[in-house]
Design a protein around this ligand. Structure first.
Ligand code: IPM
Ligand code: MG
Length: 350
């Protein structure tokens, strides 16, 4: 059985996943790795961004680690053939409905943020983004021609009680192991899905998690509070679209998108999907200067959450910390190291 399926994908994906391979090789000698084409690369080679075989292999693995998908060369492909469709198909195919996106300020990088040091120093909060529902998948969705020659586009935002409840449960459980506080972000002031979201979260809280502090917050206000006073947050649960936006804001707080990992989890015992939050970064792809730490830290999360190797994960996390303390910096962090040299820096600490 494959422990970890690697899906390097497009853009800087293969470059950063290469460093994960090196780190994995140093840390363990019994981890069974496998690899498949994914995203635009898979489309070019096999005619689909995610082949049935790759999805079946993903579902049969203990964990899946993705690099990145997408790039300008596929911008005009039909929507279901685009690299992003491969990623969405992987998320729904694996039924990983809860996306954990940490916003964490690494101490040595406190000055790399565009915000003042005192605002972000010590920051540690977690966005739990609903990942397999909402407007990303709601039907109907189409663009139609109107009699006057113009067009009309429709997307559908849809959530069921069960979808809201299962992701909120993940947030409450996480909070219990952290600082015991959940913010639930929606737009119940204008959206029906927001109203249902608030009701379901409230009911679940009363029924099963009265010991956890719960605050409802409107998603636009959440965006403002994240840049104003991010340290007030512990766990924030929100829908797919708001989570997409709020997690980019939160990632940038910490200095660089190149630092942050994520984990997408489904039902207990099912394989998790791990991805760096950064995208394929076509502007720097192929130059060997991408920061591999988000991918390495995604591997760290996989070791911890899906592969049952928390001790190895601890060692890896400490090695990344020390590499940063000793000044290892890729260009996104204001330094000069190449992707490979950043990999060297972590290996040296191991
Ligand atoms: C993300 C990305 C994806 C998303 C894209 C690549 C489909 O932005 O993981 O945040 O919108 O979910
Ligand atoms: Mg995004």
């Amino acid at each position: 059985m494959t422990d970890l399926l690697l899906l390097p994908g497009d853009g800087i994906g293969p470059e950063v996943i290469e460093q994960v391979r090196r780190v994995a090789g140093r840390l363990t000698n019994d981890l069974v790795l496998d690899e498949r084409d994914f995203g635009g690369k898979s489309f070019d080679l096999h005619g689909a961004p995610l082949t049935d075989e790759a999805l079946a292999t993903a579902k049969a693995s203990k964990a899946v680690l993705m690099g990145a998908v997408g790039g300008p060369q596929w911008a005009d492909a039909p929507r279901d053939k685009r690299p992003e469709a491969g990623l969405l198909g992987l998320r729904t195919g694996m039924q990983v409905f809860a996306n954990l996106r940490p916003a964490l300020c690494f101490q040595p990088l406190a000055d790399a943020s565009s915000l003042k040091r005192e605002v972000i120093e010590g920051l540690d909060f977690m966005i739990v983004r609903e990942l397999t529902g909402g407007v990303y998948f709601g039907q109907p969705r189409f663009i139609e021609d109107l009699p006057d020659g113009s067009q009309r586009a429709v997307d559908t935002q849809v959530y069921t009680t069960a979808e809201i409840e299962r992701v909120a449960r993940v947030a409450f459980e996480l909070a219990r192991g952290r600082r015991n506080k959940v913010h639930s972000a929606e737009k119940s002031n204008v959206m029906e899905t927001g109203l249902l979201w608030r009701r379901v979260v409230t009911a679940l809280h009363q029924r099963e998690y009265p010991d956890v502090e719960l605050e409802h917050i409107l998603a636009d206000n959440a965006a403002m509070q994240i840049v104003k006073n991010p340290k007030q947050f512990d766990v924030m649960v929100t829908d797919n679209l708001f989570g997409d936006v709020l997690s980019d804001i939160s990632a940038q707080l910490t200095g660089s998108m190149g630092m942050l990992p994520s984990a997408a989890l489904g039902a207990p015992g099912m394989p998790g999907l791990y991805e760096p939050i950064h995208g394929s970064a076509p502007d720097i792809a192929g130059q060997g200067i991408a920061n591999p730490l988000a991918a390495i830290l995604s591997f760290e999360m996989a070791l911890r959450w899906s592969l049952g190797r928390a001790e190895v994960a601890d060692r890896l996390y400490a090695a990344v910390q020390r590499a940063l303390e000793n000044g290892a910096r890729t260009p996104d962090l204001g330094g000069k190291l190449t992707t490979h040299q950043m990999g060297d820096a972590v290996l040296a600490e191991l």
